[in-house]
Design a protein around this ligand. Sequence first.
Ligand code: ITT
Ligand code: NA
Length: 189
Amino acid sequence: VKIFLLTSNEHKVNEIREILNDYNVEVEMVKGIKVEIQELELDEIIRYAALKAKEHTLKRPLFLEDSGLFIRALGGFPGPFSRYVYDTIGVRGVLKLMEGIDDRKAEFRCAAACVCPDERIIVNVGKVEGTIALEARGKKGFGFDPIFVPRGFNKTFAEMDPSEKNSISHRARAFRGLIEKYLEVFGDT
Ligand code: ITT
Ligand code: NA
């Protein structure tokens, strides 16, 4: 089975390729319009983006995702604004906001959507809990990976090989659930 993935982020493509490889699913990156409404819930953001993407491309099945880092002590910030915060104040800025804060709990969330061949939209959400490290560590991955320590580990996502990150990540959980739902209905087509 082959799917199209609408994103501008090559790191996402690499991770999703490896995640879906277990299902013998081939991934082709598509660059196009991913409309992002200002909403707080990622599943609402991605559902709207999928509706809009459906109007702009005929490539099916079309997958897309929205993800972000939600820090408890900051009321969930940067959450849906993660891309903007990463591009502006960056990892160092977030560490600065967390200075002197003992509650370092955070989670990564990913809402993934599929526009099916019959135009139906399926959404599936995944998350991984963890903490914000005291300093950035590691060079792998992307985005906020150097400051996120998943629960049960003492290394950051950026210190993990892709396969280790993929074994627990928000993105892997979102996409595994989504591809299973998809293949259940469209596996033979
Ligand atoms: P799209 O074209 O798919 O929208 P994007 O990078 O703009 O690509 P988002 O709007 O979903 O994607 O922004 C998510 C941001 O959250 C992303 O730019 C990272 O800064 C951060 N993020 C999401 N998942 C992450 C992960 O697995 N590791 C590190 N940072 C992540
Ligand atoms: Na984006």
